[in-house]
Design a protein around this ligand. Sequence first.
Ligand code: C5P
Length: 221
Amino acid sequence: ECTLTLAIDGPAASGKSVVGREVARRLGIRFLDTGAMYRAITLASIQQGVAADDACKLSSLAACADMRLVTHSNGDRLLLNGDDITPRLRLAEVDASVSAVSAVSGVRTALVAQQRAIASDGSIVMCGRDIGTVVLPDASVKVFLTASAEVRAARRAAEMQQRQETFDTRQVLAALQRRDKIDRERDDSPLRPAADALVICSDHLTIEEVVCQILAEVSQC
Ligand code: C5P
């Protein structure tokens, strides 16, 4: 039996997790959103008062973190040291410092090792920033999903509206651009398409159309 590994990378709010989850569901394989792991370490750093530039303490936090991903029909849960932190992963404070925390090499080394261990258990769709370039360079299919900053900000704003959160569209756009800039310009594992990635711009595509393009690519391999 052959294992299928799909890497889906792209900037913030490009639709990676919605698309990745649906592709995984249709293929009957696992899905891992690696962004949640970086968010978990960021949340722990905030709770423990560790500064976003304290590389040493952040690295040991990541190395010692006991992360468990629990798959539920009504959405996946992430347990950190036994505590269900899922509802707190999208807090504004986490959004604000996750890119700084993720730029720390020691944090990446610890999380990438866990991601590879999870992938070695069988077929999986994994989404993030460096899956095709660093985590799974031999992935069966690599996709780089993009959309213009304006479209991504509008989608993020719509999600916030649905959750009845208050927001300012210009601030949502500025926050996305700030995070993308840090993710693109960092030295370790910057956000960029792998040389062999299929690049999909979703500005004028529905979720279903993106899912179908990816499934077509999978059926060719
Ligand atoms: O995908 P999401 O927006 O939840 O990711 C949050 C942050 O985690 C990103 O902005 C990036 O800084 C970091 N990240 C990363 N590498 C990954 C996934 C996420 O550096 N593979």
